[in-house]
Design a protein around this ligand. Structure first.
Ligand code: 6R9
Length: 658
């Protein structure tokens, strides 16, 4: 293409506000029925049998939905099934034993492929091992593992014996592990010696051991040997080597335990408004049906595909769309251990070309990094195997969307911008790639059967063109069932705001702001609670604040999100020291360390701003909005109503200095 033509094309793309799905995609799409939304509305809730039909049930369910104890909804009641049998056995029985189930790429270039047959064997061997260690049905097993195949294997082994797993992201700190294990009263842990990050061997076992010292009682621990001789570690009391266990139980048959549809499949701790992480409970039938259905309808996954979701299994995206959804459909799901820029900034594109990846799903923060690095990296590779692209985790700006569309998708792949949460289990608002027009920056209409409505503060639906709060007005199969052992908090956090319990009307509030357009498309604007979104990771400002006030010498702290080019938001901390303490460099380092120890490097403050006071209203409330504007470098509004307007200038000067 001539330079001139290139410039013209760029200009056209810049202005284009909507995109039709390519005809070549539509022809082959799993869902191309334009009337699907009306059909699901008319047939609701029976429409969801379409999702349940993707699964193999040991016992058929009696009712699709039981609303008798709303908002403690139950789905597919009376049905029985096992998630691991749905993800493994039935595909092996269908003659697909030798098809790749997991293709794993290590950071240093090693690869491992597990066929459905291999995966089933290892899952059975590890399930037998867990049983031998004493794990019984309904015992919570904590998995503190990085992106190695043993993580999905352990998840499926737990599912096989009916033991819910609680995966703790490997980047979380020892303290975060201890808090989650204690909250779940989990007496079993699967972890590893270490893993690679940008070529360096990280000592993970040390962190796990430190975490275990914060947990009461004996914990039976299994340690995966990821690094061989690279790091020396001692197994210690109550610790077992994963490889030895699996060798010992090789060839053992473990019958999948038949679970009630409403039995817990897993727990996932996520950040909320208070300092305590919330234990989101997902169950077997509804969750698996919903992740399978959305993988098929939205990600267009087919068994023949090589599908890659470049998230970490330590977050919900990895649970739903690396492990359960894709494996339930019997496809080949990829896992990558490392970072996108190691050894070079072309790693992901190299892996797409090498594995002939059909579908690629990542986060806007990653796309913004790719943009910054430049087109030379994707241009080195043949990405023509791609059929569909997806994003998740935070709003995507139209520029990043268009860059992804052009430079990764070659203008021939639809993009699905999928809004959902840990609590929703699966996607809720997104275009259907074979049906809907795409509008960069707007996630799209709600999925069929999902009643996502933007409302005003009074709970009334807003008019087209207006902004308000996102709500979900009808239950859906993938929804969380409660917060683990805390029904009261479940009601408080999600259902108090817009429901009318006297009229038995229940409205779910996800704590996101949103805007509606004339075509019913929803643009999600971001959290309206004290949760910030750093590189697609959800962090509670209260958790960070409590970590900072735990540092000796600190009197008070306020944490807000400030806008950041690549990360979306970054952590800004305003710190007040105790009398007699000086704002030294070492104090700053201790604050940063305090946060990393309590949560992990993902929560590392971008800036630590020392101030003698926080800006407060006359009634004594901290003006968070103002702190956010300062962090983002935005225009400040009128500050004269503050009790202490003079501190603002002082703080602002510190932020602009850096
Ligand atoms: C899946 C996941 C949930 C929060 C959610 C919202 C933000 C997720 C989004 C999005 C705009 C999208 N979010 N997807 N915002 N557009 N496509 O990320 O779960 O970690 O629980 O975070 O992420 O603010 O409330 P989780």
């Amino acid at each position: 293409m001539s330079d001139q033509a290139e410039v013209e094309l760029e200009a056209r793309l810049e202005e284009q506000e909507s995109f039709e799905p390519p005809a070549s995609f539509v022809e082959q799409a799993n869902v191309h029925d334009e009337g699907i939304r009306e059909r699901f509305d008319e047939e609701w809730p029976e429409c969801w049998t379409e999702a349940a039909d993707l699964l193999t049930w040991d016992e058929p369910y009696e009712d699709v939905l039981d609303e008798s104890d709303a908002p403690f909804y139950e789905w597919f009641t009376g049905g029985r099934l096992n998630a691991s049998a749905n993800c493994l056995d039935r595909h092996v029985e269908d003659g697909r034993k030798n098809q790749a189930a997991i293709k794993w790429e290590g950071e240093l270039g090693e690869t491992r492929t597990y066929t459905y047959g291999d995966l089933l064997n290892e899952v059975e061997a590890f399930a037998a091992s867990l049983r031998e260690l004493g794990v019984e049905e309904d015992d919570v097993v904590t998995l503190y593992l990085p992106m190695i195949p043993e993580l999905p294997i352990a998840m499926l082994a737990c599912a096989r014996i009916g033991a819910p797993h609680s995966v703790v992201f490997a980047g979380f700190s020892a303290d975060a592990l201890a808090t989650r294990m204690t909250a779940a009263e989990s007496e079993y842990l699967v972890t590893c010696d270490g893993y690679y990050r940008r070529g360096d061997a990280l000592n993970h076992k040390e962190k796990a051991d430190k975490g275990l010292r914060g947990v009461e009682g004996d914990v039976e621990t299994v340690v995966v040997d990821r690094l061989g001789d690279e790091l020396n570690h001692f197994l210690g009391q109550h610790a077992h080597d994963y490889g030895d266990l699996v060798d010992e139980h090789e060839g053992t048959t473990v019958e999948p335990v038949s679970r009630d549809a409403e039995d817990m499949l897993f727990l996932m701790y996520t950040s909320g408004t208070t300092g305590e992480p919330k234990g989101v409970k997902h169950t077997t039938g509804g969750y698996l049906a919903y992740t399978a259905w959305t993988s098929r309808a939205v990600l267009d996954v087919e068994p023949e595909d090589t599908y890659w979701c470049a998230a970490d299994i330590g977050w919900i995206t990895g649970h739903s769309y690396i492990v359960y959804g894709p494996l339930a459909l019997g496809t080949t799901t990829m896992m990558y251990e490392g970072t996108p820029d190691y050894p070079e900034r072309d790693r992901l594109w190299e892996l797409i070309e090498k594995n002939r990846v059909d579908i690629f799903y990542t986060a806007p923060t990653a796309i913004r990094s790719f943009m910054k690095w430049g087109t030379e990296y994707p241009e080195r590779y043949d990405l023509s195997s791609l059929r569909l692209l997806g994003t998740v985790g935070e709003p995507i700006n139209p520029r990043a969307w268009k860059w992804y569309y052009k430079h990764i998708g070659g203008e021939s792949c639809p993009i699905v911008d999928t809004w959902w949460q840990t609590e929703t289990g699966g996607m809720m608002v997104t275009t259907l790639p074979g049906v809907d027009t795409m509008k960069p920056g707007s996630a799209g209409p709600p999925l069929p059967g999902v009643d996502a409505t933007v409302v005003d503060t009074g709970g009334e639906p807003v008019e087209a063109g207006e902004a308000g709060y996102l709500t979900v007005q009808k239950p859906w199969p993938g929804m969380l069932r409660t917060l683990y052992r805390n029904d009261e908090r479940f009601l408080d956090e999600y259902w108090r705001e817009y429901s009318d319990p006297d009229a038995d009307e229940w409205v779910y509030f996800p704590e996101d702001g949103a805007k509606l357009d004339e075509d019913g498309y929803i643009t999600v604007l971001g959290r309206v609670d004290d949760v910030i979104n750093v590189s697609g990771h959800r962090l509670g400002t209260m958790e960070i604040e409590s970590a900072i006030v735990g540092v000796s010498g600190v009197a008070e702290a306020a944490v807000v999100g400030g806008t950041h080019d690549v990360k979306g938001e970054a952590v800004y901390t305003y710190v007040i020291l105790e009398d007699g303490q000086d704002p030294t460099e070492s104090m700053r380092e201790r604050v940063i360390e305090g946060v990393e120890d309590a949560i992990g490097p993902i929560a590392r403050p971008e800036e630590v701003i020392f101030t003698p006071e926080l800006p407060k209203t006359r009634s004594g409330k901290i003006m968070r909005r103002l702190l956010e504007d300062i962090a983002s470098g935005a225009e400040l509004g009128d500050t004269s109503t503050l009790r202490n307007p003079e501190v603002v200038e002082d703080i602002q000067a510190q932020v602009t200095e850096d």
